[in-house]
Design a binder for this molecule. Structure first.
Ligand SMILES: Cc1ncc(COP(=O)(O)O)c(C=O)c1O
Length: 397
């Protein structure tokens, strides 16, 4: 059987990671994979995470199974973090949550639930969207289609075209939205735009599936949840996927959750049993460690404050880098307008250069970003900003 298997072309981001590691040049700059970095280019364990982890290890008495829905305390803490403690969907008992292996697990579980109810449903995703959305969502058997989103001319959202495309969708279609810090473009909806999309979603009875992977890294923990909170308050049904990989720095611990808002508590209860059934058939139970850490942090006010400060520091560093790299680019590439970099949010920006120019950056200047010119801003640091801007100037010619 295995002799019939053809090798798969490596995932471009993972291939880029390997090429970066193998490059011996000391000037190399990694703007590829989406992990946060500090001023030394490291991705350290957060102090709040370390503290919670130490306490957890010393008091943990068993490694017995937790259960397919995962850690109930974690699920509840994330509901409150994302929605806000007094959210009307929470007080009405309309939210159900399942802990998942990372945001990826949540996206897949959500897709499997949709397929179980509506096998021919189409999920509509932005152009472009995070590369892994396609295999995660279509792997469940759902079809994917695209709606316009990023405007290369301005670096912002092509809002008119997006609304026109969503307006034309069949009633009750599924629309995937990024809660904040859109990956890969960094272009987010404004608050008034979220309201306009909400009105359209109501009119067309669409099911929003919201991907929240960067809460706190755009404009803050509260501000980044604006659209998601609004949708969950105003709509009968919403699905949302949460990742703790970036804002808790728990990448390898595979920590996330899927949340379902339903019209009635009875429907929510039934849907929850379906989610548990599906999870049981894929990974059976999620890994415990990361969720136990997050729960320990959020359950202890002093630790939660410390974590909040660490998230603020991550966000401020990225915002500072956006500002500083823009200054360098303006100085070294005055013929080109990169001002969108400062207005975008989160780790990513599309630099808007050609694939040939991206490859020239890699080959001649040891600067690594994906071929579509998505760059992880957090991969820059004070000492390589000028080197980076000069390299871009050279490939632009
Ligand atoms: C948009 C988006 N969604 C979801 C995820 C899920 O991440 P993880 O499975 O590592 O929690 C990521 C990670 O890069 C992402 O960028």
């Amino acid at each position: 059987m295995f002799e019939r298997l053809e090798p798969v072309v490596p995932d471009p981001i993972l291939g880029l990671m390997a090429a970066y590691r193998a490059d011996p040049d000391p000037r190399k700059v990694d703007l590829g994979i989406g992990v946060d970095r500090d001023e030394h280019g490291e991705t350290p364990v957060l102090a709040s995470v370390r503290q919670a982890e130490n306490a957890l290890l010393s008091r943990q008495t068993t490694k017995a199974y937790v259960g397919p829905a995962g850690n109930a305390g974690f699920n509840q803490a994330i509901e409150q973090l994302v929605l806000g403690a007094a959210h009307p969907a929470l007080t009405a008992g309309r939210v159900r949550s399942v802990q998942t292996p990372g945001g990826c697990g949540a996206l897949r579980l959500g897709a499997e639930l949709i397929r179980a109810v509506a096998p021919h449903a189409v999920v509509h995703v932005s152009t472009p969207t995070w590369a892994n959305h396609a295999p995660l969502l279509s792997g469940s058997g759902l079809k994917l289609e695209r709606y316009p989103y990023h405007d290369p001319a301005t670096g912002g959202v092509q809002f008119g075209a997006m609304m026109q495309a969503l307006e034309a969708l069949p009633l009750r279609a599924v629309v995937l939205l990024h809660a904040s810090c859109h990956n890969p473009t960094g272009a987010d909806l404004s608050h008034p735009q979220w309201r306009e999309v909400l009105a359209l979603v109501k009119r067309r009875q669409l099911l929003p599936f919201i991907d929240m992977a960067y809460q706190g890294l755009g404009d803050g923990l509260e501000a980044d949840a604006f659209g998601l909170r609004l949708f969950c308050a105003e709509l009968p049904e919403v699905l949302f996927a949460v990742s703790c990989s970036k804002n808790f720095g728990l990448y390898r611990e595979r920590t996330g959750s899927l949340h379902l808002v339903s019209e009635s508590t009875a429907a929510a209860d039934a849907a929850f049993t379906q989610l548990v059934r599906i999870a049981r058939g894929i990974w059976s139970m999620p890994p415990d460690h990361g969720a136990a850490i997050v729960h320990a942090i959020l359950a202890e006010p002093a630790l939660a404050r410390q974590w909040g400060d660490e998230v603020d520091a991550m966000r401020w560093r990225i915002q500072g880098l956006r500002h500083d790299v823009l200054q360098q680019l303006q100085q070294h590439c005055p013929q080109r307008d990169f001002s969108f970099i400062a207005t975008q949010r989160g780790m990513f920006s599309f630099l808007g250069i050609s694939t040939a120019q991206v490859r020239a950056l890699r080959e001649h200047h040891h600067v690594y970003m994906t071929d579509d010119s998505r760059m992880n801003i957090a991969g820059l640091r004070g000492e390589n900003l000028e080197y980076f801007a000069r390299a871009v100037a050279q490939v632009l010619g």
